[in-house]
Design a protein around this ligand. Structure first.
Ligand code: 4AD
Ligand code: MG
Length: 432
């Protein structure tokens, strides 16, 4: 009897006959032998069809196959040290499911716009598949880390009545008769959850109507937002560096083949182990000025070139800490020794990938929070529930947000975040 298998598991079937549902990635022929490059999503295998050893209809079926045709292939699995996977199949049967004509993505080079228009098909390419496998491993490792560190997963809402991170890039929608916005960040709700459950994390989509067309910006991206009661800024940084080390080491352990398929320089990732270096905002400004950047002074936010220049000084992610309160979010706690700066940090990834984490200790004093509401023109009514977290049993607490797509771009070594998510939403793209 022939068992159904998937390519990933053929090592369990050496010497046996198996049937595999698959697509034709490519095909080559040398007259009396046809070599089918087959893929089924779990991996790749070469099927060898020998004219003198198969019935004529099997030979003809193999001949009819085109790129991306679908089939059930039956054959004997053999060890084959010369093949990349270590295995090959001697084909004995072919059931064609669908013959594809004129598959638009051919082995020749295509432009990015063309590929993005065909994103629904481009996902089948080996590099795109590898990126999605690595993305899934990163998500798995993230959840493992937090689940094993005493965090409970909590899901904040996606439709919200107010903003969390300023109003400039809110996505507006109607909520029956009321105005509503797609969430920019679940943080404020996660603070409520931390007061109920201690240590919590969320993982979900977030939206920013950002008119930025850079290689780091998406309109819809996924964020992981841990929030920790009874935790100060310093303790939060320790969690962050342990967390990122764990995720990178998990990918190295579980996705070797995929990292190779995306062409990643693995040695650069092997080094990503806690602790990570830290530099204050003050020192970062001095460093940049010394490097010849004259376009930035104390009080300015960093642009991508500044972040890249700072990151280049290190071979691990670096924390930039203690930014001026003036351009950071309303909820960040001032440094008690220097109230013009806040207890916050951005984690900047190496190799020019920019900020992957933004985090801070939160204001726990109700009077100060009220002052901030006024400075930021936030309505006391809309944010009353958030003030309640300080009115009833306020505690020191901290949290942070990791951008999933920037993390995937960095770990995979990709040029642009648009390849890190199955269907990217960018400034000029809502299709497919
Ligand atoms: O620094 P941000 O804006 O921080 C927050 O939203 C906080 N409320 C998080 C928290 O403390 N709970 O965003 C966090 C991260 C950034 O470091 C970046 O990695 C990612 O989200 N990010 C984006 N990724 C892709 N496209 C965009 N437009 C992004 N904006 C932010
Ligand atoms: Mg930020």
């Amino acid at each position: 009897m022939t068992n159904k298998s998937v390519i990933k598991n053929v090592n369990e079937h050496v010497g046996e006959s198996v049937v595999i549902g698959c697509w034709v990635n490519n095909k080559r022929s040398s007259g009396k032998i046809q070599f089918l490059q087959l893929r089924d999503g779990t991996g790749y295998i070469q099927g060898v069809v020998v004219k003198s050893e198969v019935p004529e209809e099997v030979w003809d079926a193999a001949k009819s196959l085109t790129q991306e045709s679908s089939l059930y292939v039956t054959g004997i699995i053999r060890e084959e040290p010369r093949s990349q996977s270590g295995f090959e199949m001697t084909v004995t049967g072919i059931e064609v499911l669908h013959l594809t004509e004129n598959y638009p993505i051919t082995p020749k080079e295509h432009g990015v716009d063309f590929l993005m228009d065909h994103r629904h098909l481009w996902l089948r390419a080996s590099k795109q598949r590898a990126v999605l496998v690595i993305r899934a491993e990163i998500i798995r490792a993230i959840q493992q880390f937090f689940n094993e560190s005493g965090f409970t997963k909590v899901d904040p809402p996606i439709l919200t009545p107010t903003s969390a991170e300023g109003t400039t890039n809110l996505f507006h929608t109607k909520y029956f008769d009321e105005d509503a916005y797609l969430t920019q960040s679940g943080q404020l709700y996660m603070e409520a959850a931390a007061m109920a459950l201690g240590r919590v994390y969320s993982f979900g989509p977030t939206f920013r109507a950002e008119k930025s067309k850079t290689r780091r910006h998406l309109i819809e991206f996924w964020m992981i937002e841990p929030e920790m009661a009874f935790t100060d800024h310093e303790e939060s940084l320790k969690v962050q560096e342990e967390f990122i080390s764990f995720v990178v080491q998990s990918v190295l352990k579980n996705c070797r083949a995929e990292l190779e398929a995306v062409g990643r320089d693995i040695s650069k990732l092997e080094n990503i182990k806690a602790p990570f270096p830290r530099i204050t905002y003050d020192d970062a400004i001095k460093f940049l000025n010394d490097k010849g950047f004259e376009d930035i002074a104390w009080g300015d936010d960093f642009g991508a070139p500044h972040e890249t220049a700072i990151a280049e000084a290190y071979d691990k992610p670096v924390f930039i800490t203690h930014y001026p309160a003036s351009f950071k979010a309303f909820y960040m706690k001032p440094d008690p020794n220097r109230p013009e700066v806040v207890l916050c940090a951005d984690m900047i990834a190496p190799e020019g990938y920019g900020e992957i984490i933004g985090g801070s200790q939160r204001i726990d004093d109700p009077a100060l929070l009220e002052e901030r509401y006024k400075e930021h023109n936030l309505s006391m009514d809309s944010y009353k529930w958030y003030m309640d977290l300080r009115t009833y049993g306020s505690v020191p607490h901290s949290g942070f947000g990791l951008g999933l797509e920037r993390t995937v771009a960095w770990i995979c070594g990709l040029d642009h975040v648009r390849e890190t998510i199955p269907f990217p939403r960018t400034l000029y793209r809502l299709y497919p």
